[in-house]
Ligand binder design. Structure first.
Ligand code: NAP
Ligand code: MG
Length: 482
């Protein structure tokens, strides 16, 4: 199919005021920290964007102490209505500075500007608005603690690189609304929007120490997990690190919620509207380069329509524009890091080695940076690694089924259980399937829809606890297991 050539339509970088180096945000101020430093790069060009401090154990200790003092002296004494005012203020500033955040997110992460501009940043602001609304109504939210739910105190929060600002909002907004103070660590490859958010906290006059941002890699995260002054941990990331955290805090009084990996089935029945389903398959796995925990990475398609879906899907994938993430026409951006690209290459090589049939859209890739072509594997069986392990890249594994029972059995046959999609015109089948699927979120005739009012979280090795909605507040008040 001919692809129209579009003139480049780059978003301007000039809205972002990048500093050459950034410190840690502790007690309302940027400080140098006592550790080393690291560089954050643009994965699309390998250009160094900034030098960032790596928080040492002593820096994490200072951040936890600042959070404790702010909790005891200020935040736990403030009324919910007043906490809500700060959260509304932060939400409004995020909207006012949305373009700056979107461009910085795209530079640091590699995701297309149309996604950071239309999804990540608006949703991050929406989470602050939503939780601001709860801050003075917690007594009516049917939370543990009834009319007077109590915060945990100081919360340690560790987030991944795939949705840096959105994951920050999922963590900080409900924690602050319920009266906790936080120490948050962004991922090593994407620290810059969290540091811009620290500026927003200053701009909103948030009392010092309520939000502390400590940048760094795994050891900084470990220092948060191990710190005795942390009352609750909220982690989003890989199942491997999640398990280490669960082990590290067992036998302590620390509470935890874990949002981990996924290997979602996107299930297409023969009565589905096929063109809509193809769009949903594309959104499901190629949105954000497939760096999505709830990505529809396994397509389960009913055998009678498998050939037709496959050919329409491939035709559609040939129109995807892969390249400069700052270009408004770009559909698929850069892979977030060299390490992640290597993981994708290793797993896709294993898929070929195990006998699955590999296809990619053959697009040209930029010469610098980290890139991977939208890829589809057909002839995949249940035992293949690409059907079991999370690839976390723009790679779809296609399997077939004959009956709804077989679709359910195959969909549930993974260690994960985060999300699933169902495409059919029959409402009764949607309800029956949703009931059988072991997945925290089930989308029907759509995929990757997010809303701050809707809880999100996993079954099995996808973790425990829920984020978003009223359920998301529960993890931040006393009296629950999580
Ligand atoms: P990761 O390696 O587990 O990293 C997540 C965070 O944990 C990062 O900030 C990381 O720091 C930090 N970390 C690494 N080692 C640590 C340790 N020993 N102690 C404490 N913290 C530590 O995961 P990732 O590769 O960045 O992210 C991809 C994974 O996240 C995928 O499996 C994906 O499915 C999952 N994810 C889940 C959700 C969800 O809501 N369920 C959402 C998004 C992503 P550095 O990055 O600085 O090393
Ligand atoms: Mg980066």
């Amino acid at each position: 199919m001919p692809k129209f050539e579009y003139a480049p339509a780059p978003e301007s970088r000039s809205v972002v005021d990048l500093k050459s180096s950034y410190g840690l945000f502790i007690n309302g101020e940027f400080v140098d920290g006592s550790g080393t430093s690291f560089k954050s790069i643009s994965p699309a060009t390998e250009e160094v964007l900034a030098e960032v401090s790596a928080a040492s154990e002593a820096d994490v200790d200072a951040a936890v102490k600042a959070a404790r003092t702010a909790y005891t002296r200020v935040w736990s004494k403030m009324s919910g209505a007043d906490r809500g005012k700060y959260l509304y203020r932060i939400a409004r500033i995020l909207q006012e500075r949305a373009r700056e955040f979107a461009v910085l997110e795209t530079l640091d992460n590699g995701k297309p500007i149309k996604e950071s501009r239309d999804v990540d940043i608006p949703l991050a602001a929406a989470h602050f608005f939503y939780n601001a609304g709860w801050a003075d109504k917690l007594g009516y939210a049917a939370l543990p603690g009834g009319a007077n739910p109590q915060p945990h105190g100081v919360v340690g929060q560790i987030i991944p690189w795939n949705f840096p600002m959105l994951m920050l909002a999922w963590k900080i907004a409900p924690a602050l609304a319920t009266g906790n103070t936080v120490v948050l660590k962004p991922a090593e490859t994407t620290p810059l929007t969290a540091l811009l958010f620290a500026e927003v906290c200053q701009q909103a006059d948030l009392p010092p120490g309520v939000v502390n941002i400590v940048t760094g890699a795994g050891p900084t995260g470990q220092a948060i997990v191990d710190h005795p002054g942390i009352d609750k941990l909220a982690f989003t990331g890989s199942t491997g690190v999640g398990k280490m955290i669960a082990r590290a805090i067992s036998g302590t009084r620390k509470k935890a919620t874990l949002e981990l990996g996924g290997k979602a089935a996107n299930i297409v029945f023969d009565d589905a509207a096929i063109d809509q389903a193809v769009e949903g398959i594309v959104t499901g796995i190629f949105f954000n380069q497939g760096h999505v925990c709830c990505a529809g990475s396994r397509l389960l398609v009913q055998e009678t329509i498998a050939d037709e879906v496959e050919s329409r899907l491939k035709r559609r994938l040939e129109t995807l524009r892969v390249g400069d993430p700052l270009d408004k026409n770009t559909d698929v951006g850069a892979i977030n890091s060299k390490a992640q690209l290597d993981r994708i290459i290793a797993l896709t090589d294993a898929g070929e080695g195990e006998g699955a049939v590999r296809w990619d859209n053959g697009c040209e890739l930029p010469s610098k940076g980290f890139w991977f072509r939208p890829t589809v594997f057909t002839g995949v069986t249940q035992t293949h690694r690409i059907a079991q392990e999370e690839i976390f890249g723009p790679v779809l594994s296609v399997l077939t089924f004959r009956t709804p029972q077989e679709a359910v059995a195959k969909a549930n046959n993974t260690p994960y259980g985060l999300s699933a999609g169902i495409w059919t015109e029959k409402g009764s089948r949607i309800l029956w399937m949703a009931d059988q699927l072991k997945a925290g979120v089930v989308w029907a005739n759509t995929f990757n829809q997010f809303d701050p009012t809707s809880p999100f979280g996993g079954y099995k090795e996808s973790g425990y606890g829920r984020e978003g909605g009223r359920h998301g507040l529960e993890a931040y008040v006393k009296g629950t297991q999580s």
